[in-house]
Design a protein around this ligand. Structure first.
Ligand code: DGL
Length: 266
């Protein structure tokens, strides 16, 4: 059994925690949301890197034995520095699933919805350069979506309107596959389906990320299967109790099976 840290700018990483609790419910988790500073996607690379490193150091100080950087933006801007500084802890990152998308797209036309910072990052563009040139990627920043999701309005009219605007170029290009390149966006699934219908394939990497976490825990001999349901502590730079309330609303996992704690970042 291990204590696992999951970090995001806000509630987006709850989509990863949800999958973590589904595949690895016996472990203890700290979910850390930097809600006071969300969204990260429109901040400078330097700021994102420094803050992400600071918060991962905090999780390491809390005793986390593995850390999931459950944020595409923080992964793109900071994962190398985090891995360099926290050498003894496995650090698992999240990247837009453009590779699986290129393999699944029948037409070879893929939409990528991610933050401005992720789309501009060297890490994302280096990954893009490794993919076959016959696949066309329509990159679109989801500016303005994260604050609406943070405000609990993922299914609201405003989110639907903004999303319709962002998805237009992807739709016009005839994409048959859409990469959800920000961990907040799985919470827009209903709205996306409303706008694009059921035939478009949505790519979300949370399952792959948790499988990677599982492999890392196995390497450390910390993968001991039992019937336990671990504790989940929600920590927010804004308000831990509201974060836990949002988690109950957004996640599919039954949090009543776990002991839940909530507090503000000290
Ligand atoms: N959830 C994050 C991501 O995966 C960041 C969103 C933001 O804060 O802009 O990119």
């Amino acid at each position: 059994m291990a204590l696992i840290g999951v970090f995001d700018s806000g509630v987006g990483g709850l989509s990863i925690l949800d999958e973590g609790l589904r595949q690895l419910p016996e472990h203890d988790y700290i979910y850390l949301a930097d809600s006071i500073n969300a969204p990260y996607g429109e901040k400078s690379s330097q700021w994102i890197a420094t803050r992400s490193l600071e918060l991962c150091n905090y999780l390491a100080d809390q005793g986390c034995e593995a850390i999931v950087v459950a944020c595409n933006t923080a992964t793109a801007e900071a994962i190398q520095r985090i891995r360099l500084e926290l050498k003894d802890i496995p650090i698992i990152g999240v990247e837009p699933g453009i590779k699986p998308a290129s393999m699944q797209s029948v037409k070879g036309i893929v939409g990528v919805l991610a933050t401005e910072a992720t789309l501009k990052s060297d890490k994302f563009n280096a990954l893009l350069a490794t993919l076959p040139s016959q696949c066309q990627f329509i990159k679109q920043s989801g500016a303005g979506l994260v604050p609406l999701i943070e405000a609990g309005q993922a299914d609201g009219e405003q989110a639907l309107e903004l999303l319709a605007k962002h998805l237009e170029p992807i739709q016009d290009a005839g994409a048959d596959t859409l990469v959800l390149g920000c961990t907040h966006y799985p919470f827009l699934r209903r709205a996306i389906r409303k706008l694009l219908g059921d035939s478009i394939t949505l790519i979300d990497t949370s399952d792959a990320v948790v499988r990677q976490l599982k492999r890392q825990l196995e390497l450390q001999d910390k993968l001991i299967a039992n019937d336990r349901h671990g504790d989940v502590t929600f920590i927010s730079s804004k308000d831990g109790v509201s974060l836990a309330t949002m988690a109950r609303e957004l996640m599919h996992s039954d949090l009543n099976l776990h002991d839940i704690y909530a507090r503000a970042l000290d």
